[in-house]
Design a protein around this ligand. Structure first.
Ligand code: F0G
Length: 464
C-alpha cells in the first residue's frame, strides 16, 4: 500500500527554475556525457537524484547564520559555534571541521591506520573503502546476511553480525585492528539503519578487546528516526536523545555534513580524547587547513552549527523519510523491484531483477540509468558492476558485486511530492518496456584509479 506523505513542514520562499529538455536534447546530452551520468550537465537534467549530498535546501536560519561568519584563520568565533553545537547535539568534546566526508576519512585513516591493518565494518561507503586502500589497509564486511536479500523485511538491515565481527577479531588480532567502524545508515547496503542495541553490542565487543568504535555518521539523524520507529525500547525517546545515545557508543565519528547536517559543503571529525585529537590534527593542517577551519569558510561553519540542531527535528525527518518511502511505494506498486524496506535517503532499484536479460558484465544498472534519463530527464546512479567489479590483473577475470543496484537519492527539502510522482511514473514506463531494452554498455575509457571507475569511465552502447 502507498503510504501518504505528511504535508511539508516548510514553505517555499525562493524558487530555482528547472526545465525539461526534449528528446533530441537528451540524446545529445547522453552522447556528450559518454553515457556516464556523472558526465551530464546538471542543466540537462530535470529531476536530479544523483545524490543527496550537498544538494538540499538550507533554512532561513542557516542563511542568516552565514552572515555571522567569522573568517579569522585561527580560533574564529564560527569554530566555537560549531564546537558548541557538536557538544550539545552529539556530546563530543573535540570537533575538527574538514571540507567534506572523504576529507574526514583522509585525516582519520591517514592518521590512525597503518599498512596491513584490517578494519571490520558493517559495510564501508565507496570513498571510505578507497581511503582504506590508500592507507594500504583493508576492510572486512560484517553486515548481517539479510542485507543481501532484497525482499527481507528485517528492520535493521545495516546491523553488524556480532559472530562475523568476533571472527574477524580472532582472525586478524587486535594489533592489526586500529578500530571497528559502522556506517549509519548503511548507504552501500541500501540506506538501511543500524539499531541502537546492535551499536551497543558492537561497542561492548570493542571494549572487551580494547578496540575503539568509530561511526561513519553521515546519516545519523535518519538512523535515529528509524530507531525511534522500529526499536521498542526507544519509542518514547526524542530524536535528540536517541542521537546522543547513539553517539555514546562511539569513540569518534567521521561525518559528511552534506547529508543529514543539511549543508551544501562541510565535514566533521569528532572525538572524545585529547590524545586522539592530537593524532589527527597534523594531517588536517597538511591537507585541509588550520584545525579550527579545516578547509571551510567561517560562514560554512556557522551554517553547519545550525544544521546540526535542525537535523534532529522530528517533523523534518518524518517528512523526508516518508517522501523517500512514497517514491519506493509508487515504484513497487508499478511492479518495479526495489530493495526492501525502503531506506532513509534513497530508493534502490534492483537493476538485476529489472533487466534480468542483460548480463552483469554489460552493466545493467547503468543501462537502466540511461533509459531512465531518456524517459524523463531524471538522473540517478548505477551502483553495480561498473562501480564495484574487480578485475584480476593477471588473468583479466572479472568478479561482480552481489548487488546490481540503481539509486535514486532524494535531496533534502528540495523536491515536491508531484516531482516524486513524475519520477515514479517515468520509471514505471521504462519498466513496462523493459523487454525491449536489448543493449548493454562497454567501457571505452577506464580511469586508472581502483574503486572509482564509475565516476570517470567513458561508455559506449553495444547491442546484445
Ligand atoms: N560516508 C558515507 C556513508 C557517504 O554516503 C558518503 C558520501 C561519504 C562518506 C563521503 O562523503 O561525499 O562528503 O566526501 N556519499 C555521497 C553519496 C557522495 O552520493 O552517497 P563526502
Amino acid at each position: 500500500m502507498v503510504a501518504k506523505v505528511p504535508p511539508e513542514p516548510f514553505r517555499i520562499k525562493m524558487v530555482e527554475p528547472v526545465r525539461v529538455p526534449d528528446g533530441d536534447e537528451r540524446e545529445r546530452a547522453l552522447e556528450a556525457a559518454r553515457f556516464n551520468m556523472f558526465g551530464l550537465r546538471a542543466a540537462d537534467v530535470y529531476i536530479d537524484l544523483l545524490t543527496d549530498s550537498g544538494t538540499g535546501a538550507m533554512s532561513k536560519q542557516q542563511w542568516a547564520a552565514i552572515m555571522m561568519g567569522d573568517e579569522a584563520y585561527a580560533g574564529a568565533d564560527s569554530f566555537f559555534s560549531l564546537k558548541k553545537a557538536v557538544k550539545e547535539v552529539l556530546g563530543f568534546d573535540y570537533a575538527i571541521p574538514v571540507h567534506q566526508g572523504r576529507a574526514a576519512e583522509n585525516v582519520v585513516f591517514g592518521s590512525l591506520v597503518k599498512e596491513g591493518d584490517v578494519i571490520p565494518f558493517n559495510m564501508p561507503f565507496d570513498t571510505t573503502r578507497g581511503h582504506i586502500f590508500n592507507a594500504k589497509a583493508s576492510s572486512v564486511d560484517c553486515v548481517i546476511d539479510e542485507a543481501f536479500d532484497r525482499t527481507n523485511q528485517h528492520p535493521f538491515k545495516g546491523n553488524v553480525d556480532i559472530a562475523k565481527l568476533e571472527k574477524a577479531i580472532a582472525e586478524y588480532g587486535k594489533a592489526r585492528i586500529p578500530f571497528i567502524m559502522v556506517t549509519i545508515t548503511n548507504n552501500s547496503g541500501g540506506g538501511q539503519p543500524v539499531s541502537l542495541a546492535n551499536l551497543r553490542e558492537v561497542s561492548a565487543v570493542g571494549k572487551k578487546h580494547g578496540i575503539p568504535l568509530l561511526l561513519d555518521a553521515a546519516r545519523m539523524a535518519e538512523n535515529a528516526w528509524f530507531i525511534k520507529r522500529r526499536e521498542k525500547e526507544c519509542a518514547q525517546m526524542s530524536i535528540a536523545e536517541i542521537l546522543k545515545a547513539t553517539m555514546d557508543t562511539a569513540d569518534a565519528i567521521t561525518v559528511s555534513c552534506k547529508k543529514d547536517p543539511l549543508v551544501n559543503i562541510g565535514g566533521l571529525v569528532a572525538c572524545r580524547t585529547e590524545e586522539m585529537y592530537y593524532k589527527i590534527v597534523p594531517r588536517v593542517i597538511l591537507f585541509e587547513g588550520f584545525a579550527t577551519y579545516g578547509g571551510l569558510a567561517g560562514r560554512d561553519l556557522e551554517a553547519l552549527a545550525v544544521g546540526l540542531h535542525e537535523m534532529t527535528d522530528e517533523q523534518h525527518l518524518t517528512h523526508r523519510i516518508s517522501q523517500v518511502r512514497y517514491l519506493g511505494d509508487l515504484l513497487e506498486e508499478g511492479g518495479v523491484p526495489c530493495i526492501q524496506p525502503i531506506g532513509g535517503h534513497a530508493v534502490f532499484i534492483d537493476a538485476a531483477a529489472f533487466l534480468p536479460h542483460i548480463p552483469q558484465g554489460s552493466y545493467p544498472a547503468d543501462v537502466l540509468s540511461v533509459e531512465i534519463y531518456r524517459e524523463g530527464a531524471i538522473r540517478g546512479i548505477g551502483l553495480g558492476a561498473l562501480a564495484f567489479e574487480n578485475v584480476d590483473e593477471k588473468t583479466g577475470k572479472r568478479t561482480f558485486p552481489k548487488l546490481e543496484l540503481f539509486r535514486l537519492a532524494i535531496n533534502r527539502r528540495t523536491y515536491t511530492n508531484s516531482h516524486i510522482e513524475y519520477v515514479a511514473e517515468s520509471i514505471v514506463n521504462v519498466y513496462k518496456r523493459r523487454d525491449s531494452i536489448r543493449w548493454g554498455l562497454e567501457m571505452v575509457y577506464e580511469p586508472p584509479v581502483k574503486g572509482l571507475k564509475h565516476f570517470l569511465a567513458h561508455l559506449k552502447p553495444v547491442s546484445l
